[in-house]
Write a protein of this length. Structure first.
Length: 191
């Protein structure tokens, strides 16, 4: 009597064969990343880093404004120094929030890495917009220009806080409150 043959439709799957197939698929997908253009490999920068960089630029602009004002008006230098030192502390606090690489250098996004669609809502067209709205122009030669700069900076920090995560938002709100207080104190100093 003939033995019934069992028909097989292909080779039988073994553990070794399945494992080899998985390795091939993983290696193949990893190799696909090599073919992606370099400009598409960069991930969008962390929104908190972008907001922090924007706030840092504004703080530096305010520091520069106070330095210029103190140089132009030596009689005000001593009274303006506490304001400048507070902005230095703000800058240091913001700088400490930036990520660092293994060598200890601050890792910051570049404008090229933050193209269209990577800015946070409410952010300016470029994440590294200068703080020209937050600091008096070089010609600003009065305490009134510093008052205006402090008010603009306080408003900008509120906007930044809305774009930031909770922890950074607290820091930015504190800085904004300090800048608003600076505007009031400078107004009294100007009277």
């Amino acid at each position: 009597m003939p033995v019934a043959r069992r028909y097989e439709w292909g080779p039988r799957a073994t553990r070794r064969g399945v494992l080899g197939g998985v390795v091939a698929v993983v290696a193949g997908t990893a190799g696909c990343r090599i073919l992606v253009p370099a400009d598409q490999k960069t991930a969008a920068p962390d929104p908190d880093v972008v907001v922090t960089m924007r706030a840092l630029a504004a703080e530096q602009a305010l520091i520069d404004a106070y330095t210029r004002m103190a140089k132009r008006h030596r009689s005000l230098a001593r009274r303006l120094d506490p304001f400048r030192r507070r902005h230095l502390a703000h800058r240091d606090a913001l700088h400490a929030r930036l990520p660092v690489d293994p060598s200890g250098r601050v890792v910051t996004p570049t404008p090229a890495a933050s193209g269209p669609g990577t800015a946070t809502p409410g952010a300016s067209a470029t994440p590294f917009a200068s703080a020209s709205a937050s600091a008096p122009a070089r010609g600003g030669d009065s305490l009134g220009s510093l008052v205006a700069a402090e008010r603009a900076a306080a408003t900008a920090r509120v906007t930044d806080a809305l774009d930031a995560g909770p922890t950074l938002a607290e820091v930015l709100a504190s800085i904004g409150a300090c800048e608003a207080a600076h505007a009031d104190l400078l107004t009294e100093l100007n009277a």
